[in-house]
Every structure is written in C-alpha cells, then in structure tokens.
Design a binder for this molecule. Structure first.
Ligand code: GTP
Length: 389
C-alpha cells in the first residue's frame, strides 16, 4: 500500500473514532477521560489530514504546524488516561512547556536539516511520550479494579509497541535519511502497526468505559441511595460471595434498629430523620472491621454481617460498641437549637457457618432484637440458641 493511502486510512480511522467518542461524550459528559480522548483522536486525525493536503515530506513551517497537532494529541491522550485512572493531572503549564519544547526543537531541526530533522525530532518526541504513557498505564494495572486490568494491559502493550517502533524509526531517519519514513520494511511495519492501533485503541477505550460504567451500575443497584450502605440486593450478593470463598469464616448476623424513630420524624421532620439515618450509617461503617459489612434492610433497621474469627473481639463486643457510638451521636436539626440524639437496640445471632443457615441466623438476630426492644430499648441482646438436636 502506498504511504498516501495508508495515511488517508489513518486519518479516516482516527476522525471516525473521534466522532464516535464525541457522540458518547455528549451522552456522558462526566465520564472521566472521554473529553480528552475524543479531542486527542480528532487532533491526530486532523494532523494526518493536514499532512496529506500539504504533502508529507515538507521540511517547512506548515509541516511543523501539522506535527504540533500530533504532539498535542498525544499529550491530550495522556491527560485522558490520567483522568480515567484517577492520577493527578499534569498542570496545564507543564503540558504547554512539554509541547512548546518539542515544537521548538522540531522547528530548529527543520531549519537545520529540513524534513529529515523534522521527522527525526517528531518521532523522538512522540516515541518518548508513548513510552511514558505505556509506563503510566502499566503502573495503573495493579491499582485499578480487577475487571479493568485486561484492557489496561492491552493499552499499555499497544503504547509500548508504538513507542519502540517510533523510537527505532527516529533512529533510522537520523541514520539513513528520509527514504525510510515512507518506503522499505520499517515503514511497512510502522504503518501497519499504526493502522491497527488507530482501530484497536479506540475500541479499547470504549471497552474501558463500558467496564467502568458497568461497575458503577452494579454498585448503584447494590446500594441504598440515602445512606450508601448495601441494600437488600447488595446484601444477598455479599453473603453469597462470602460463603463461596473456600474456608469462608462463619458470620454473625447483627440487626440494629433505631429506637422511636417515628418520633424523630414526627418532631423534627423527615429531612432530619434522613440526616439521622445517614449519621447512624456512617457510624456503623466507621466501626466495621475487615470482612464485616453493613446493609440497610428496613426504614430504620440495619443488618451487620460480622466475620467471625478474623477479630479478637466477638460480635457482642462490636454490638455494644456500636450501641454506645450511636448513643453519642448528635445530629443537627434545622430550626432546632438542640441537636437530635438517638439510641439503638441490637440483636445478635449465633454463628452462621453456611449460606443455607443465613436465613435462620437472621431470624435469631430478629428475635434477639425483639427482646432488646421488649427490655426497654437502647440494649444489646444475644440470640438464645437452642442446641436441641
Ligand atoms: N426520614 C425517614 N424516615 C423513614 C424512612 N424509612 C422509614 N422511615 C420512618 O421510620 C419510622 C419507623 O417507625 P416504627 O416502625 O413505628 O418504629 P420506631 O418509631 O422506631 O419504634 P421502635 O422501632 O419500636 O423503637 C416510620 O415513621 C417511617 O416513616 C426514611 O428513609 N427516611
């Protein structure tokens, strides 16, 4: 394939990808990285388009201007990667300096050596940026949620390959002259790889976005929107996953109910009632230990799963600690000088060793909670477990 056709195809792929990412971004403007990625893809496509229009081997200002778009594109791509993975963004000044430095070096090389100087510096700069990107993504693989790791690995690999090829190309351009840029085996391999990348990178970005959104949706479906703790569906899933593990620790079920919560609503209003629910949920979460979990299972009722054996304290100790901590809460009520205080009653089950015993454990905790309420509230009661065969 002649270089003109290859570069035309590259421009079409990149502009097409930019259009697709742009349409997705219009629907999800808050999706991290997406705004930078569609701009990067568009700039890259535009740079190739300009190259086609002005001619590829120009050693002049127009060529340098087209290349400056390409450098900007790689920098924007990096911005998107950092945003998506939650890494600190480069300061705009740092990005501008990196870009201006590369463009100035390229302009100086163009003046001194013509097209050969221009292409050598461009490939060096872009190859270096790709290497940095490959490294940044590779570092993130271990830090990101498990489902994102495969596409991130692929992206790191693609960037690494592109970096290696671009740097080899820079060396060949410097050593052998302009002919190697568009003709011969290296040019063939380079443009084949670049064409494949233009398609695969765009798809990988969409793959990453899909996985991220899928995770967020699953999280939304599993959590109570008011308090952020698990809802019933999330709880079922959590218990199922817990007991699926080999050598899963037994669990203790704790049911915790806010006392006289109706009065809080009736006296201070529903919004204050909501604030109390949020404060109680935060307190419970802050006291959880590794392996424990909390769910909102009713209006003012929470369930805590305590992983047995993983902690020096047993569930009763945790239950008393939670009862005390909630009792110390003071929740501001709008229009009321005195903050709202509340207490909780807690019922604690016996050990639950398997998924099949979970419902029975929940019933035990419920009976113990009933006992705590019957004993005057603000109390913790263990289940009375019958050992009859
Ligand atoms: N603010 C607020 N109130 C809720 C929510 N869900 C349920 N409630 C209220 O919680 C109250 C529960 O009242 P009851 O079941 O009578 O229980 P209680 O007043 O806590 O009494 P005891 O449990 O017997 O101590 C009701 O007034 C519900 O309207 C919610 O999401 N927000």
């Amino acid at each position: 394939m002649d270089p003109f056709t290859v570069i035309a195809m590259l421009a079409i792929h990149l502009l097409g990808t930019a259009g697709l990412l742009f349409l997705v971004w219009r629907l999800m403007p808050a999706a991290p990285g997406l705004a930078a990625w569609w701009v990067a893809s568009g700039l890259f496509g535009l740079a190739y388009l300009v190259r086609l229009v002005v001619g590829m081997e120009h050693g002049d200002g127009v060529g340098v201007a087209a290349d400056s778009l390409m450098l900007l594109a790689v920098l924007r791509f990096g911005d998107g990667v950092r945003e998506f993975t939650g890494r600190a963004a480069w300061k705009p000044a740092a990005t501008f300096i990196a870009w201006a430095l590369a463009v100035s070096l390229e302009a100086a090389a163009t003046v001194a050596f013509g097209a050969q100087g221009r292409y050598t510096v461009l490939n060096l700069a872009i190859g270096g940026l790709y290497a940095h990107l490959a490294w940044t993504i590779a570092v993130e693989v271990g830090r990101q949620p498990r489902p994102l790791r495969a596409p991130l690995r692929l992206l790191a690999l693609l960037m690494g390959g592109l970096s290696a090829l671009t740097l080899v190309r820079a060396h060949s351009l410097f050593a052998d002259g302009m002919a190697v840029a568009f003709h011969g085996p290296l040019a063939k391999v380079y443009y084949m790889y670049a064409s494949t990348n233009a398609v695969v990178v765009g798809l990988t970005l969409l793959w990453l976005l899909f996985l991220r959104l899928n995770g967020q949706l699953a999280d939304l479906a599993a959590r109570d929107p008011l308090t952020g703790v698990l809802n019933r569906q999330g709880l079922d899933e959590r218990v199922r996953r817990h007991f699926e593990r080999p050598n899963a620790a037994p669990l203790t079920v704790m049911l915790l109910d806010i006392d006289h919560f109706k009065q809080v609503n009736d006296t201070h209003g529903h919004a204050t009632g909501d604030a109390v629910l949020m404060a109680v949920a935060r307190t419970l979460v802050s006291h959880l230990r590794t392996g424990d979990f909390v769910a909102r299972v009713g209006g003012e009722e929470f369930l805590i799963g305590c992983a047995e054996g993983a902690h020096p304290d047993d569930a009763m100790v945790l239950a008393r600690r939670l009862n005390e901590a909630v009792g110390q809460l003071q929740v501001a009520a709008p229009g009321n000088a005195v903050p709202v205080v509340c207490t909780v009653s807690v019922g604690v089950s016996g050990r639950v060793a398997s998924r099949a015993d979970w419902e029975a454990g929940t019933r035990q905790a419920d009976r113990a909670l009933y006992q705590a309420k019957a004993d005057g509230r603000n109390a913790v009661r263990p289940a009375v477990v019958s050992h009859a065969a």
